[in-house]
Write a protein that binds this ligand. Sequence first.
Ligand SMILES: [Fe+2]
Ligand SMILES: [Fe+2]
Length: 300
Amino acid sequence: MPEQFAHISDPHLTHLHDVGVAQLLNKRLLGYLSWRRRRRHEHRPEVLEALSRDLAAHPPGQLVVTGDLTHIGLPQEFSQARSWLQQLGDARQVALVPGNHDACVKAPWQDTFELWADYLASDAPEPPLFPSLRVRGSIAFIGLSSACPTPPFMATGAVGKEQLQRLPHLLEATRDQGLFRVVFIHHSPLAGTEKWRKRLTDAPALQAIIESGGAELVLHGHGHRAHRRELETRQGMVPVVAVPSASAMGLHGADIAHYNRYAVSRTASGWTLDLECRGYDPAVDGFVTDDRQSLQLRRD
Ligand SMILES: [Fe+2]
Ligand SMILES: [Fe+2]
């Protein structure tokens, strides 16, 4: 029986209707103006409602969420996002990493990420939080945080030294257990694939670790566009798959909302990975399948 999970990203699900001027210091003011002008028309609650119906109709097992739940990382947005996460499912079924919008400016932990702690947590939570590890059947979900405050007009991320130090051991240990390793992160981990102001600043180091330690699948969001790349590693090819925003109408050059469903089966020579892309169709106010792929991942 294949094991299933789904990936969604960048829901930007919050609204800022009742935000006061005093809350809009520094970078948050720019983010607020961008929301008023553009983003509230792009990221729509009715699309997220259609997504919830689709997920409820075909529960995917584990759900991976790669950040940008908020617009400007205000405590009240963390609270709105917590309610949304609870609607998606129990924290044991929803694995979350944050995005750059969630870490817009430095904010007290207890007012912000503490509200999502059980969704960010590993199976056996102990500090530090990241990389996180959840094992579900034959699948290891390894979460990396790339979210950190950046100067105005910058949307970069960084994994940082500590996570880069811990990751090789985690990849090796889960490989030794014969698990299908899913690495998930908000920013693209591939060097040179993202615009300079949106890049992961330590992508070269992260990419080198994955090339050496291997993985079976890498998932990310952030660009609000779908694409699939391949990373050659010492243990075989690793698909690197980006999913668009889960709430997008597809204005201003972004892709319309999509999410991806995966099914994993072990084979004699490695793994079969089936990918189903489901996109929002405004004509039916629902998600429909618009692509399917089946990949053979050879592993020795
Ligand atoms: Fe985003
Ligand atoms: Fe982002």
